[in-house]
Design a protein around this ligand. Structure first.
Ligand SMILES: [Zn+2]
Length: 291
């Protein structure tokens, strides 16, 4: 079976995007994998520091392994927005396939140093670990739905010149850039800086994967255009969470006397799967499982 780096290589040359969805329990994972199995899509399953604190590293790994065996799909586990070398080391030691070291809110030098340390540790591991670094920062939080328009300061966006030195110095495999998207869902009109995406793709090394975070709330055409311009990995979290909660609230309301959890969760799994399928189709990852 292909490694995460190999799947990302194929995505870059084929101009499609590997989807990345976050989970904090088995119900979310079940919905995501049902969609991926139906459409034969590879997928990255992400846990943030908070999410993995709830699930547990070993349980996250075991769930993904079990579903990988059951479906035969290329499923990968990624540490999403981990904020220290120590946490990334823990994820690598626990068998994660990828780590994202996010020091984007720290000063440039500190970001470089901590990221370098993660890359060095990952390269020394027995298996192929894909490392993501981030430069420029996203101003919002994925646990929130913002009712108002959020201001995005120009200095928070990734500067292409700095991106090159950052990638060259750290040696990261995946590069998360701040290009106008937001974590969570805000009232902002989608404001992706397509020129910046295009420019970044032109100048960063060919074998570096350009990652788009904050995919929730973007329009279908935004995804398509971003992929055309060189995004090959897209993170979706809040949209899935929102679909989950909406379906759960509806089920609780409709079946007031139900005491069997899996009966309440059945429509939740289906709602998550539907949302995931829409994204897979937009990202072009359908039938890319490469059996
Ligand atoms: Zn993110």
């Amino acid at each position: 079976m292909m490694t995460l780096s190999e799947v990302l290589d194929v995505a870059r040359s084929g101009r499609w995007a590997v989807p990345h969805f976050n989970i904090s329990n088995f119900v979310q994972l079940k919905g995501i994998i049902a969609a991926c199995a139906e459409l034969r899509s590879p997928v990255m399953i992400g846990t943030s520091e908070g999410e993995v604190e709830f699930i547990g590293f070993k349980v996250a790994r075991a769930m993904v392994d079990a579903l990988k065996a059951e479906t035969g799909l290329p499923l990968f586990l990624n540490a999403d927005h981990f904020h220290s070398f120590a946490m990334c080391k823990k994820a690598i030691d626990e068998g994660y396939d990828g780590v994202h070291i996010d020091m984007s809110k720290k000063p440039y030098k500190e970001n470089i140093n901590e990221t370098k340390q993660v890359v060095r540790y990952a390269r020394a591991a027995e298996k192929d670990i894909s490392v993501e670094g981030e430069l420029g920062y996203i101003v919002t939080d994925s646990s929130k739905i913002y009712k108002k328009i959020v201001a995005i300061p120009q200095e928070s966006l990734t500067k292409p010149g700095e991106a090159i030195s950052y990638i060259e110095e750290t040696g990261v495999d995946r590069f998360a850039a701040a290009v106008g998207s937001l974590h969570g869902i805000a009232a902002n009109k989608p404001i992706l800086d397509f020129y910046r995406i295009e420019r970044l793709r032109e100048i960063i090394p060919k074998n570096t994967t350009l990652v788009l975070h904050g995919g929730s709330g973007l329009l279908d055409n935004d995804f398509k255009r971003a992929i055309e311009l060189g995004i090959n990995n897209i993170h979706i979290s809040t949209t899935i969470r929102a679909a989950y909660i909406k379906a759960l609230k509806k089920a609780l309301k409709e079946k007031k006397d139900e005491t069997t959890p899996y009966k309440l969760y059945d429509p939740v799994v289906r709602a998550v799967a539907e949302t995931v399928k829409e994204h897979i189709k937009l990202f072009g990852s359908q039938n890319k499982s490469m059996e």
